[in-house]
Design a protein around this ligand. Structure first.
Ligand SMILES: Cc1cc2nc3c(=O)[nH]c(=O)nc-3n(C[C@H](O)[C@H](O)[C@H](O)COP(=O)(O)O)c2cc1C
Length: 362
């Protein structure tokens, strides 16, 4: 199945401009065109039996593998993704006001590196419209909503802008992810600085407690220094956050197989996929060690295989997500990871996934 995807479907999709191929993929899912076989395979593989119960910050996950933010920005294919074996879908990033995002082209493939570069810039239909859509579905998996800041709102007014998204988002989401780490909204990453982050997350947690007290997580960049990662971890503990999502895309361009000329021609944006794998695992490991395993970590960055997934778990992630791996590997991706990961756990003698969390840091 995965071979069929790579030989036939991926060949066709990769002939299209990258963003068109993405839209085509989402439309196919929406129309129910994801191969029935992929859904059948996913359904046959009983995730709960394989991993045991996965209680995480008050929610129950059927599978540790989620689809990362950015794939379903507008919440149009949540249940279709669940049917393919994803245990959670993180919709968004949504911003309070709808946005068109940056000028096209803004999404690029680096096939030699099995990577993508994007500078989409939070193109989305706006939080309220997406929330109205999500209200109409009965999610078959855990539903996260990832919130961000509108481009035309200066950082000084960021708190208010995030709060305006938070209120509607918290009415439908099982958890909320606060995105302060996209490289494609000018100055957004400044919000990761301790003082700014503390102010933003304090305000969101306060509102959260007044409303429905949903699990609140923060998503960070892989380009933070050690000291900055420690500062985020301190804030997460102090404010009783439910977890850290590590990591977003990187602005680093070192060690790529794609030629320098091509990279320069593509220009700015966040790099995802295989070249991000190692750094993202390092960040996970750093947070896990620094917090003595006290902060739940959602590990994301360069997961293509079950071995990659295990690497993230062993570094300290209790859940994992992917985006680029799904693009390169195809419809059976989530099911293949679930099946492969469960086999690895069994082979290594772990009775549950939880036993393996952080094992490589001990
Ligand atoms: C095309 C594209 C769009 C993305 N959009 C978002 C987004 O809107 N919000 C967000 O938090 N992360 C976004 N991401 C980052 C992913 O969620 C993920 O953190 C990153 O790609 C690393 O994982 P991967 O290597 O499995 O792709 C996007 C990634 C890609 C490739």
């Amino acid at each position: 199945m995965s071979k069929f995807y790579k030989k036939i479907i991926r060949q066709l999709l990769f002939k299209m401009p990258t963003e068109t191929a993405h839209e085509f993929g989402v439309e196919s899912l929406k129309l129910g065109l994801a191969p029935k076989l992929a859904q059948k395979l996913a359904a046959q593989f009983l995730q709960e039996e394989a991993f045991g119960k996965l209680p995480r910050f008050g929610l129950n996950f059927k599978s540790p593998m989620g689809i990362a933010a950015g794939f379903d920005k507008n919440g149009v294919v949540v249940n279709q993704l669940a049917a393919l074996g994803f245990g959670f879908v993180e919709v968004g990033t949504v911003t309070f006001n709808p946005q068109k995002g940056n000028e096209k082209p803004r999404l690029f493939r680096l096939p030699e590196d099995e990577a993508l570069i994007n500078r989409l810039g939070f193109n989305n239909e706006g939080t309220r419209k997406v929330v109205e859509r999500l209200k109409k579905i009965n999610p078959a998996c855990v539903l996260g909503v990832n919130i961000g800041k509108n481009k035309d709102v200066p950082n000084e007014e960021a708190v208010e802008n995030y709060l305006k998204s938070f209120d509607p988002a918290s009415t439908v989401a099982d958890y909320i992810a606060v995105n302060v780490s996209s490289p494609n909204t000018p100055n957004l990453r400044q919000l990761q600085k301790a003082e700014n982050l503390e102010e933003l997350l304090t305000a969101l947690q306060k509102r959260n407690r007044e409303l429905s007290a949903k699990p609140l997580l923060v998503k960070i960049a892989p380009d933070l220094s050690e000291a900055e990662i420690e500062a985020v971890a301190d804030i997460a503990v102090r404010l009783n956050l439910s977890g850290i999502i590590a990591t977003n895309t990187t602005i680093n361009r070192s060690h790529l197989k794609t030629s320098r000329d091509n990279i320069d021609e593509i220009g700015s944006g966040g790099l995802s996929g295989k070249p991000l794998r190692r750094r993202s695992t390092e960040v996970i490991s750093k947070i896990y060690k620094y917090s003595n395993g006290k902060i739940p970590i959602v590990g994301v960055g360069g997961i293509f295989t079950a071995e990659d997934a295990f690497e993230k778990i062993a570094a300290g992630a209790c859940l994992i997500q992917a985006y680029t791996g799904f693009v390169y590997q195809g419809f059976t991706f989530a099911r293949d990871i679930n099946k492969g990961l469960s086999a690895i756990l069994k082979k290594k003698g772990f009775k549950s996934l939880d036993e393996a969390v952080g094992i490589n840091t001990k």
